[in-house]
Design a protein around this ligand. Structure first.
Ligand code: NAD
Ligand code: RBV
Length: 525
């Protein structure tokens, strides 16, 4: 199916730009600067209604966001903020977007992954709570499920390209792609380097450089420099993005302050663990429907995401082993009663492989060649670096393996010259979501209640940056503990939990205030 036929032929609303019409970007058939108010897959009234109903149900499960709307909706603390978001365009993210706009912000959005958009959520957000297909009154969204890489980076540019050319004042990022694009664009401009696709070392980098080259040719050599100067700060959602921001801080090249949302306790110790506990098995079931009980599973990486992933599989009574590089995490796995193994020692007799390291080159093509017939291979880390998809592709080009689509985001890879498949012929493996994060590619990500805690931190971070970003300097900070405790408190009622209140005497005895914070900064939960 061509892109044009998947996208609305003429998105409603007028394209608004003072610039001449752009050339189209790579093979997208989309003008580099589209000027359209939105691009989504399906903007029919039926899809909008479905999205709206799911947003309403999700809001009920997101008490943190409800509470922020109640507390701040009246005085619009985000008035004047122009927020560009790059975060999975799901139902839960829809509720986040509409919380930001309820608090006064102007918002433009894109997804941070080519497979994670829920098209009905995107449509509902564009229509807005009171708008329709004919008269949308919501937020510009540029995202659809199943983008190509060129479409993905095109969407990211549209979310940054405000119609009046002024750009965003704040970013919400998940994984660092939008922050990285602005930084790379501005850095190349500062160094006087003309970007070119040949500068990229792999396919995605080539697309990014092609985008920067085209922007340079159309908008000159100050486009990203000016944009970066206007951006007052970013709040980053996930571990992978925090790694990238740490590298920028270390190199002294971070251009605006960053709030590390991931390391709020009510984010990483909930979303990364309990979110994955819900959504890993959900994804494997939706993708394959294979029985997990009694099967041998290997989870590579036993950090927060690995711990949630293991719990998810143990809940199905799979026989789970873990691979780790860190002795502390490996010992934690031992204490949880798990075998700690090396992938090379178990690759032939494992039924299911899950990578959760945030690292690269974890499952290599040579491993996949040795796997059992119909072994399932998937990744729940942020990027597609953990499973060697490029290695598999190279084998496919050499005719050594065949790629067969079972359904979108579920592929059989059939090895031609192995002999341990049926009848002593080639074996197959099943790769989910093309090696990208499986819970958002094959399912719908974490449930609303978990995302409520993460996104309450996001909104608090955005309000804080809007109020006083400059006070942080060009560095990365986490939100203070009393706000972390506040976010947790906002979610207790949903469970009917009754918190015990300290007496003055008890508070004095343990050296805290009655109203908190209750733990030192070093406490690990
Ligand atoms: P983490 O740092 O807590 O855990 C990663 C673990 O992997 C660490 O314990 C580390 O020692 C281990 N590791 C690193 N290299 C390894 C290797 N070669 N072999 C074995 N183990 C190795 O990070 P996290 O918070 O668990 O996040 C992991 C990834 O998941 C990140 O990319 C993050 O952005 C992503 N994430 C995804 C979701 C999701 O919904 N899919 C949710 C949260 C985070
Ligand atoms: N994530 N979002 C969802 N349902 O919208 N599910 C997971 C959702 C986020 C989560 O916060 C994690 O850190 C990030 O996706 C990884 O990209």
């Amino acid at each position: 199916m061509s892109i044009a036929s998947r996208l609305p032929a003429s998105p409603s609303g007028k394209a608004s730009s003072s610039h001449p019409v752009s050339r189209s970007f790579l093979d997208t058939n989309l003008p580099l600067f589209d000027g359209s108010p939105y691009r989504v897959a399906d903007f029919s009234p039926k899809t909008i209604r479905f999205g709206r109903k799911e947003l309403e149900l999700a809001l009920h499960e997101m008490p943190g966001l409800q509470s922020l709307r109640k507390q701040y909706g009246g005085n619009k603390p985000l008035a004047g903020a122009r927020i560009t978001g790059s975060l999975h365009m799901t139902v839960q993210t829809g509720v986040l977007i509409e919380t930001l706009t309820a608090l006064g912000a102007e918002v433009r959005w894109t997804s941070c992954n080519i497979f994670s958009t829920q098209d009905h959520a995107a449509a509902a957000v564009v229509a807005g709570p009171t708008g329709t297909a004919d008269k949308p009154s919501g937020t510009p969204v540029f995202a659809w499920k199943g983008e190509t890489l060129a479409e993905y980076w095109w969407c990211t540019l549209q979310a940054l390209a405000w119609p009046d050319d002024e750009g965003p004042t704040l970013l919400v990022d998940d994984g660092g792609d939008v922050t990285g694009l602005v930084h790379l664009g501005a850095d190349l401009e500062a160094r006087g380097v003309l970007p070119d696709a040949s500068m990229g070392s792999h396919e995605e980098e080539k697309v990014v450089h092609a985008l920067l080259r085209d922007v340079r040719e159309e908008r000159g050599d100050q486009y990203f420099t000016r944009m970066a100067a206007r951006i007052r700060g970013v709040s980053e959602e996930t571990t992978a993005g925090i790694h990238r921001l740490n590298q920028l801080v270390k190199a002294g090249s971070l251009r605006f302050p960053a709030i590390n949302v991931n390391d709020s306790v009510t984010k990483s110790k909930f979303d990364n663990i309990y979110g994955c506990r819900h959504s890993l098995v959900d994804a494997i079931n939706r993708a394959t429907d294979v029985l997990l009980s009694g099967k041998r599973a290997l989870v590579v990486g036993y950090g927060d995401v690995g711990k949630g992933s293991v719990q998810s599989l143990v809940g199905q009574h799979a026989r789970v082993a873990v691979a780790e590089i860190d002795p502390i995490c490996a010992l934690q796995a031992c204490m949880a009663g798990l075998d700690v193994v090396r992938i090379d020692d178990v690759v032939e007799n494992t039924d299911l492989f899950v990578t959760a390291t945030g690292n690269a080159h974890i499952i290599r093509a040579e491993h996949m060649k040795r796997m059992k017939h119909n072994a399932i291979v998937c990744n729940i880390g942020h990027f597609d670096t953990e499973i060697d998809m490029a290695g598999l592709e190279a084998m496919r080009r050499r005719g050594e393996v065949e790629k067969i689509e079972i359904k979108p985001q579920v592929h059989e890879w059939k090895f031609r010259d192995t002999r341990h498949g049926p009848d002593g012929k080639g074996h197959s493996i099943l790769v989910l979501a093309e090696g990208r994060l499986v819970n958002l590619g094959c399912a719908t990500g974490h449930p609303s209640l978990v995302m409520s805690a993460s996104f309450t931190n996001q909104v608090i971070a955005q309000m804080d940056l809007h109020l006083r970003a400059e006070s942080y300097g060009r560095t990365m900070v986490t939100l203070p503990k009393h706000l972390d405790e506040h976010v947790a408190r906002l979610h207790l009622d949903a469970f009917g939990a009754k918190l015990t209140v300290l007496t003055e005497e008890q508070a004095k005895y343990i050296g805290v205030e009655v109203e908190g914070p209750y733990k030192s900064e070093q406490y690990r939960y």
